[in-house]
Design a protein around this ligand. Structure first.
Ligand code: ADP
Ligand code: MG
Length: 727
């Protein structure tokens, strides 16, 4: 057997589950490595503690003198836990996290040294960020950016480093990361939602968005992954024939978790406990070797940080267990892909979930207000929502018959559909006392606390209401949740502001508050009706129906990204002070460039593998066949052909496949050259999408056919069945 593949499989088969040590009770170690409230109480002076708490609750600035006290307390705590270094931890637009470690250690002359970490080092740093993406914001003479402490996300120790979550902005204050716009969107949403929540409860003074993500991933033995150059370079297999057995039996989903994997999960979850990531559920997913991990939901900024941190921790922990984690949305063709469901809701500082139905009719009017406004916001910005989840890798998943389609729609279930249908009939203008009583008793009052649809919910919808939260299912498994969450916060904030203005205008015209709310909601329900869809999102019929309704169906990333620089997007973000036009355009530039780069890498990798691995192997096998045919001729003389026909057919077929592969590679290279000559990033992305990428399929098709023809012993690339079923 080809050496690399053979050794990889041999290594994998010899693996034993790696021993893990776990705490007796998880609750005992939860947050042990986090500089949270408990640690702060112990290590900070009262003034310092209060100023951090105030910064968290009200967003107030921390006084510079106090920052020195805080940094000292933080350093003492970190050193007591074995930390030697500190870093500003941030999320640049590369999609991963960035950090540069500095030691606490400093010399003070005459051969002595101390551990030092002052307020300045805590609050602000200037990382060498010249290679991080900025989309034209930092020009060369001002190529600097700085990181600034985000006290709302607590510092933590990872390994021996104190990590301080920060934002990353240019010297002119423009966002160069995911966190900055997210924080701004949260503050816009807080303001807008608090104003509306006060209609129902005067005591509400703060509203936070909550996020509970569900992370799907594949876990494949690291030796097997190392034997696949395509996985190493692009995160997915660019070729490989489907195995005889895939996921058709659903046996993985319902099966028990294999011991090696379970030990990995236990180890990972223990790390998460120390880091304060409240992971709660783990299970097998649909595809073989696919799994899922989900935490208890948290305030959205913290949840986003925790998801980014988790992805790092997952990679690191996997090394110890000789696994590689694949976060790619579609690492294996014809096998289920991975997503990252984003469960989103709104929580008040008085302890209620604004998207939770209630037994009390008055509370339900509050629920309906936030519920209908969210649907209206989603309706008005559906194309922008599609844009925020677009990526080269997520293109493989959306609309691929197992994930939500590229069409954005909202699922709310039959019970709530009935309620909205009733509300649509509410009288225009003042409501009669009878109508109001009827509404309260029979419509609003009849919304059950627990919705039946919650159990048989529609798995094909990209945005589903699931009882007391909305679940955005179209987010890719590699994505940073911040981008879609920033948009969701922003559109709901904008919508709630408009709602408040309309209701207040009616109240000013002497309409009662409830009547005004019913009147405005009625119009929103009508206006947003076309976004609601309860049927099968995978079906062809929905594509046709959606087109009739005028909903977008943007199937590829270059098309899907265009709304990001629309007038609507620019005014939305700038109107709420989340991003100015330059920041909006910069993000688009980065993403559209990334798209072309990713397809370029895939194209190069596929071409190389086809030419250097597949074709030489096919020729080797063809030579074996030729030798065999020659031998038969020697043995049987003129009548050899009846014995050699099958071999001759295969020899022919191999030649045909090789020829097709070579021709397609040539065409693909030509298309790449043309695309590379384009100056404009958007044009380049379209060229990669429309002219380069289509060749992948042809090349792959013929390579996969060769995989079926060629002697298994000779095949150099680890096969699907080996990657998916060896543990
Ligand atoms: P699923 O069936 O989709 O796996 P679960 O009921 O297990 O759904 O919950 C999925 C996620 O929803 C969890 O991460 C959970 O923390 C999150 N979640 C629950 N309530 C809220 C909420 N109010 N806000 C945000 N997320 C929530
Ligand atoms: Mg889910």
């Amino acid at each position: 057997m080809a050496t690399l593949r053979f050794n990889a499989i041999k290594q994998t088969l010899k693996r034993k589950p790696v021993k893990v040590s776990e705490p007796e009770r998880r609750s005992e170690v939860f947050g042990k490595n986090v500089f949270g409230e408990q640690a702060m109480r112990q290590y900070l002076t009262k003034d310092s503690f209060n100023s951090v708490m105030e910064a968290i609750d009200k967003g107030t600035k921390i006084d510079r003198n106090l920052a020195d006290h805080i940094s000292t307390g933080m350093k003492e705590w970190a050193i007591s836990k074995g930390a030697t270094h500190y870093t500003h931890w941030f999320q640049p637009l590369t999609g991963s996290t960035a950090e540069k470690h500095d030691a606490f250690f400093e010399t003070v002359g005459d051969g002595r040294a101390i551990e030092k970490f002052n307020g300045g080092q805590l609050v602000q740093q200037e990382p060498d960020a010249s290679s991080l993406p900025h989309g034209g914001i930092r020009n060369t003479f001002e190529a600097r950016g700085y990181t600034a402490w985000d006290p709302t996300s607590p510092a933590f120790i990872w390994g021996t480093t104190l990590c301080i979550p920060t934002i990353f902005v240019s010297y002119t204050g423009e966002a160069l990361d995911y966190k900055t716009p997210l924080l701004r969107s949260l503050s816009a949403l807080d303001k807008a939602a608090t104003d509306v929540a006060k209609y129902f409860d005067k005591k509400v003074s703060k509203v936070t968005a909550t996020l509970g993500w569900e992370q799907e991933y594949f876990l494949i033995d690291s030796a097997l992954v190392s034997s696949r150059p395509d996985l190493l370079m692009s995160g997915r297999t660019l070729l490989g024939h489907s195995p005889a057995k895939g996921q058709q039996l659903d046996d993985h989903y319902f099966g028990s978790i294999p011991t090696r994997v379970l030990n990995y999960m236990r180890d990972l979850e223990t790390q998460c406990m120390y880091l304060g990531i409240p992971v709660k559920t783990r299970h097998n997913e649909v595809a073989p070797n696919q799994f899922e991990l989900a935490p208890i939901f948290e305030e959205a900024n913290l949840a986003v940080d925790h998801n980014s941190l988790l992805m790092e921790v997952m990679h690191k922990t996997a090394e110890r267990h000789h696994f590689a984690v694949l976060f790619h949305e579609k690492p294996f063709a014809n096998v289920n892909g991975s997503g990252k469901h984003n469960n989103w809701s709104l929580a008040t500082d008085t302890g209620s979930n604004l998207l939770s139905p209630s037994k009390k009719p008055m509370k339900n009017l509050q629920f309906l207000t936030f519920f209908v406004n969210t649907i209206k916001a989603f309706h008005d910005h559906e194309e922008l929502m599609r844009a925020t989840i677009a990526s080269a890798s997520n293109d493989h998943r959306l609309g691929a018959n197992e994930a939500p389609p590229a069409i954005m729609s909202v699922f709310i279930g039959s019970q709530l559909t009935k309620v909205l249908d009733e509300l649509e009939k509410v009288t225009d203008g003042k409501l009669s006392p009878e109508e109001k009583t009827d509404l309260k008793l029979n419509v609003v009052g009849k919304i059950p606390e627990i919705l039946l649809d919650n159990t048989d919910r529609n798995r094909t919808s990209p945005f589903a209401f699931t009882g007391n939260k909305f679940e955005l299912r179209a987010v890719g498994s590699t994505a940073n949740c911040a981008d879609p969450m920033t948009l969701l916060n922003a559109i709901v904030a904008k919508q709630l502001k408009e709602f408040k203005a309309e209701v207040d205008a009616l109240i000013a015209k002497k309409m009662k508050k409830d009547d005004a709310i019913f009147n405005v909601l009625r119009e929103y329900i009508k206006a947003s009706k076309k976004i609601r869809f309860e049927g099968d999102g995978y079906g062809k019929a929905w594509e046709e129906e959606a087109a009739k309704r005028g909903l977008s169906n943007n199937k590829t990333t270059p098309i899907a990204l265009q709304p990001k620089i629309s007038h609507q997007a620019k005014t939305l973000y700038s109107g709420l002070q989340i991003m100015n036009e330059r920041e909006v355009v910069a993000r688009y530039e980065i993403e559209i460039e990334d798209y072309a780069k990713e397809i370029q890498i895939e194209g190069r990798a596929l071409g190389d593998i086809a030419r250097n691995h597949v074709i030489p192997t096919a020729i080797k096998y063809q030579n074996v066949l030729i030798k065999n045919v020659r031998g038969l001729k020697e043995l049987y003389g003129e009548s050899f052909m009846s014995k050699a026909q099958e071999q001759m057919n295969i020899i022919d077929a191999i030649s045909t496949h090789i020829e097709r592969i070579n021709a397609s590679i040539e065409e693909m290279i030509e298309a790449r050259k043309k695309a590379n000559n384009l100056e404009d990033a958007t044009q380049k992305a379209f060229a990669y999408c429309d002219e380069v990428k289509p060749h992948f399929e042809t090349i792959r098709y013929h390579c996969d056919k060769l995989e079926l023809l060629v002697d298994d012993e000779l095949w150099p690339l680890t096969k699907y069945r080996e990657m998916l079923f060896t543990r």
